[in-house]
Every structure is written in structure tokens, then in C-alpha cells.
Design a protein around this ligand. Structure first.
Ligand code: FPP
Length: 256
């Protein structure tokens, strides 16, 4: 028998939540939002039009994930490799968090969503950093869903920093080599306060991880779709969760 959902807000027409029950919602969903450029190209628009449309989809997915009871939603908004794009596109991508957080912050506060950001903030423009700091501080008391943006994030960079910090703590006698185990390593990562993702979604048909959460995704269920990010709907999210709900996660054992 299906458990009844305790959902915030009303059911939508394209709701796919009949495909799973409330006990099967992933606690942590991570998304690689890919395909904005191709979406724009197909319409004869500049690539930035795809990113703008993608930002509206972010809003929809935040609302829907929150409604379903997801605890952490991690979105890959800008990778350490994305600086290689043309300057106009990088500048536009850098403006998006500011635009998103300015236009949407009141709703996030109202919905008890906590905003967090992981990545190297040093290279980000001042306006972006300021918008992030405001959003983090104004939502810091919220204890509902965590909306975690990976911004100027790269997993190898994160792991490299963790190794350096561990060595430095060993040298400072704050840690011994024998103390180092998987949970210690996890505690040196930018995701230390979250459970590992249960479900990873990547849109646009690319089947790769692109330097995203390489340690944290060790046992994560992966769901790839050909749908381009600007076309991604609540129903697609529901399909991904339904796929997750059907999986039998064994974490390496045979009968878990
Ligand atoms: C990949 O598509 C997408 C990105 C590099 C940026 C993701 C950003 C958004 C979805 C906008 C929302 C962001 C915030 C912070 C609210 P692509 O450009 O690589 O697409 P392509 O592979 O089709 O060229």
C-alpha cells in the first residue's frame, strides 16, 4: 500500500508522485543541469538564453523538491572548468546566482529553505559573493530543505584541498595517520554536513560525472536523461525518483 504524502502545496497536473511513495523520496538529490546551450541553439537563440531558461527550471525544481520532502538539493551551477567558456557567457553565468537569489530569496525564506554554496568563492565577482552571503545569512536559521549550489566547484580540487588539510592537521598533531578512515576523509570535504547523494540526475544525454562529487557519489543511484535542462519538468523529476524507488541499494553487500 502506498503511504500518503505529506506534501506542501497542491498537486500539479504533471505530478509523477503516484509512481513512488513518501518513504522512497531520496534525502539528497544532486543534479548536473546540462543542455542549456543546445536548447538555445535548437531555437536559434544565443547560449545565454538557454541559461536564463535554465534558471527558471531551477526555481521549479527547488519548489518541487521541497514539496516532495527532499532534504538536500545540490545543483551544479558552475564548475572549475566552466571558466574556459567565452567571457560573455562566463559573465552571464556569474550573474545568474545573483539574479536568482535576489528575485527568489523571499520565497526561499518563506518556505524555510536554507541556502548554502560550496566551491571556491575567491574568483567570483563581488556582486555574486555579496548576493550569496546575503542569502546564506538570511536563510541560516531555516531548518527545511537545504538548497546547496556548487559554484566554481570541482571535485578533484576539493579532494586535493582535503588531502592538504589532512596532512597539515597530522603535522600539527591534531590527527594521526591511523585516525584517517573514510569518515575522516568525508569530514574534510565541502559536503561534510550532508549525507552522500542518494540520487544523481544528469540531463541532456551526456553520461559522465564531469568532476562532480567523485567521492560522494560512490554508492549513489545514477539517472541520465536525454531531456535538456530547460525542458526538465516536475514530471521528469518524478520519473527520476520513481527510478530510484525501484532500485535495490545494496551498498556492496548481497542482501541489504
Ligand atoms: C550546462 O549547460 C549548464 C551550465 C554550465 C550552467 C548551469 C546553470 C543554470 C542551469 C542556470 C541556473 C543557475 C543558477 C545559479 C540559478 P551547457 O551550457 O553546457 O549546455 P550544452 O552542453 O548544451 O552546451
Amino acid at each position: 500500500m502506498l503511504n500518503k504524502f505529506n506534501l506542501r502545496g497542491s498537486k500539479k497536473e504533471n505530478d509523477a508522485s503516484h509512481l513512488f511513495d513518501s518513504t522512497q523520496i531520496p534525502s539528497h538529490i544532486a543534479i548536473i543541469m546540462d543542455g542549456n546551450g543546445r536548447w538555445a541553439k535548437k531555437r536559434g537563440l544565443p547560449r545565454i538564453a538557454g541559461h536564463k531558461e535554465g534558471m527558471d527550471v531551477v526555481k521549479k525544481m527547488v519548489r518541487e523538491s521541497d514539496r516532495l520532502g527532499v532534504q538536500v538539493l545540490t545543483l551544479y551551477a558552475f564548475s572549475t572548468e566552466n571558466w574556459k567558456r567565452p567571457k560573455t557567457e562566463v559573465d552571464f553565468l556569474m550573474k545568474l546566482p545573483e539574479q536568482f537569489l535576489t528575485s527568489y530569496l523571499e520565497e526561499l525564506i518563506e518556505n524555510n529553505v536554507r541556502v548554502e554554496v560550496m566551491g571556491d568563492a575567491q574568483q567570483l565577482p563581488r556582486g555574486t559573493v555579496k548576493a550569496i552571503e546575503t542569502a546564506i545569512s538570511r536563510t541560516s536559521e531555516n531548518d527545511g530543505m537545504i538548497l546547496n549550489f556548487a559554484l566554481n566547484y570541482g571535485s578533484r580540487h576539493e579532494l586535493t584541498d582535503a588531502v592538504k588539510q589532512i596532512i597539515s592537521d597530522v603535522q600539527a598533531d591534531q590527527l594521526t595517520v591511523n585516525d584517517i578512515d573514510e569518515s575522516i576523509i568525508s569530514s574534510y570535504l565541502l559536503t561534510k554536513q550532508y549525507p552522500d547523494p542518494d540520487l544523481l540526475i544528469r540531463t541532456s544525454g551526456e553520461i559522465r560525472l564531469s568532476n562532480f562529487l567523485l567521492w560522494q557519489l560512490a554508492y549513489t543511484e545514477l539517472w541520465f536523461t536525454d531531456v535538456l535542462w530547460p525542458d526538465f519538468t516536475e514530471e521528469h523529476l518524478g520519473e527520476a525518483i520513481a527510478h530510484f524507488a525501484r532500485r535495490h541499494r545494496r551498498f556492496g553487500s548481497v542482501n541489504n
